[in-house]
Design a protein around this ligand. Sequence first.
Ligand code: ATP
Ligand code: MG
Length: 765
Amino acid sequence: MEKVKDLIEKLNPEQIKPVLETEGAVLVIAGAGSGKTRVLTTRIAYLVQEKGVWPSRIMAITFTNKAAGEMKERLDKIIVGAEDMWVSTIHSMCVRILRRNIEKLGYGTNFSIYDETDKDKLLKRVLGDLHLDAEKLLKPAKNAISAAKNDCMSPEEFLAENRGLRLADEIYSVYAAYEKEMFKSNALDFDDLLYKTYILFEDFPEVADYYSEKFLYIHIDEFQDTNKVQFYIAERLAAKHGNIFAVGDDDQSIYGWRGARIENILSFDEIYPDAKVFKLERNYRSTKRILELANCIIAHNTGRRGKNLWTENPDGVKVETFVGTDENNEATYTALQIKNLMARNSDLSYRDFAVFMRVNALSRAYEQEFTKYGIPYRIFGGFRFFERKEVKDVLSYLKLINNPKDDESFLRSIGVPKRGIGDKTLRELREFAAANGESLYEAAGKAVFSSVSSAAASKLGGFKGLIDGFRTYSESHTPAELIAYVIKATAFNEQFAEQTEENTSRLYNISELLNSAEQFVKDNAGADLADYLNSVTLSSDTDDLNADNSVTVATIHAAKGLEYRCVFVAGLDEEVLPILRSGAEEDEMEEERRLMYVAVTRAEERLYLTRANSRYMYGSRKYMRPSRFLREADEVLAPEKKDARGGYGGYGDRAERAYRRGGYGLNRGDYSRAEEDFGDDVPSSGGYSSQYALSMLSGGKPAPVKSVSSGRGGYKTGARVRHTKFGEGTVIDVRGEGDNIIVNVAFKGVGIKALSVKYAPMEII
Ligand code: ATP
Ligand code: MG
């Protein structure tokens, strides 16, 4: 066990203060990489080791499951009994509370959690039942309902708040009907996990009191992204003792669209007037150059508390910029740069790299180029494993077994594999069920008495019998065994019998589902079916970021709290990052700028900002303008370009002029002119045009950053060598002195390897 004294000794005096400040409300407001998360973890260790607080009385709320996992792992090493602590996302914590108490609200503890697709399907049905235009109303209704729940508003409160506004009446009726259906199905959506906990705390204060007495110390990481309902829950949990410890950074608030309120952090000290507020300004993560850029970018925002991060880390290498001719060219640059850096730095591995982007769609070019160059990668922020159709199909059986009232899961499972039950039968079943106030599952057993034909009724009854059989099975088997049984008994995989690429991948996913369920059973002894389903529904695609040695390709939203040695921020174009069109509200633009800030502050040693002159977007090729954030960063990226008129002649202005003059986008001719304007001399304040940079990176010449061609230890660029394992190759770079000479060799069929001459002498041939 590590000693907390040793941990504290490693902190700086500013970091130590909040660690020791154990009672009352404490807010640490500090910039990226200043050690907030580390302070939070150390404080928990201090509470247990020095203050004798039982781990079971401590709660920590993190933003992602991954962060929770990391924190648990960390605490396990410092604290005996760390498993009794509640360290989780707020959603998981609420599920835990609801599973014990939701019966008070009339739901069963075996409630289902509906994801976005389930929600969409139900909303479409509700809109249909209300004779409203699903095409027009689905999205606004869905957003409004979500926003209302995040703002703690019931349908009636929503109406009272919005009366007279366009669509308010329609949305009210959809919201009310949706809630009724959800209740009938014993189902909650993601927002409900918080909102229903709020209702539970409001209507049954003794429940809130119980938790507030159980947990004496409440910790919240990434506090800037809590929204109203989340803040309420945290406040309520701290109500009995007032021990709430929040860390956050107003400059990293990036969930405004989900109702996160920056005012929470800005007004923490108003809500807790005796709160002690601490600032940390020393950054431990990034080089001086990276930090200078981050500071410069965020300084353009006005709604901030204001702080200036500094670091004692080395200056580091220059922040590089690159302009590709198009998105593939941009990705090629990244691929080659990664290859090059790996070859030149034997201590770097693929897991040290990340490419961050504003939108998922940009990942396609990276998939293609990384595959081409043999770079292992993982994409996050895309399609989640548990949302794949075939996986959801299997899970819908489990959900129905667990919660027979779950009508969405009933409708899904009855249709896959096909059992000859048509839409008409299902419609009649729904009517029958509605008339009797029953779930579809219950009604299926009795449909024989309804208007449903006898053949159809026996099929429905057969399906119900099948599910009943599964339920009995589940009582004495693990979730993993149940999945295997369901797949077998329904002949689920027969639908994928034909050998196509798609079927192969579906079968693969099914077997992955089985594997992951087996793993779950191993990791969670005694967990039941409901536990399994909750964990599956709450797992997110960032959970296993970096699980193996591959480059991370992720959205910026998924990047929170993480750090990587080398970071590429892709798509620095107007209308990509920032995603908004010009003329957007300033506060929305500030949120985009915070996203940019989050992205660049993930980098420890190297940072690359890339963009493309043209992109295929919305069905056609579009010419892109450089992101305003590049221009704003010009004084750091290209101080030498500051011209006599006081403008910056680099990245932004010239591109901007070219854009105004040329109006790219008409034909190939315009495109060449764009090349002329951006391509040859503007592309990067760090310095290389796309062609030059690419040829330098790929042409077997030494990389542009530093070129050494003199012979060292007898090795010379261009020399042929033989390695015992890799065979024959050509030396492409030699670095270092004495015992430390590293030679980069391109081996045929193996690729470029960085080899230490000391440990792996090679024969020169
Ligand atoms: P973010 O805003 O991105 O969430 P953060 O403020 O939570 O960042 P941490 O992740 O806690 O910052 O710390 C950033 C890095 O600096 C981590 O690698 C951490 O271990 C390291 N670090 C923090 N404090 C110190 C310290 N006093 N000495 C050495 N390293 C430190
Ligand atoms: Mg952090």
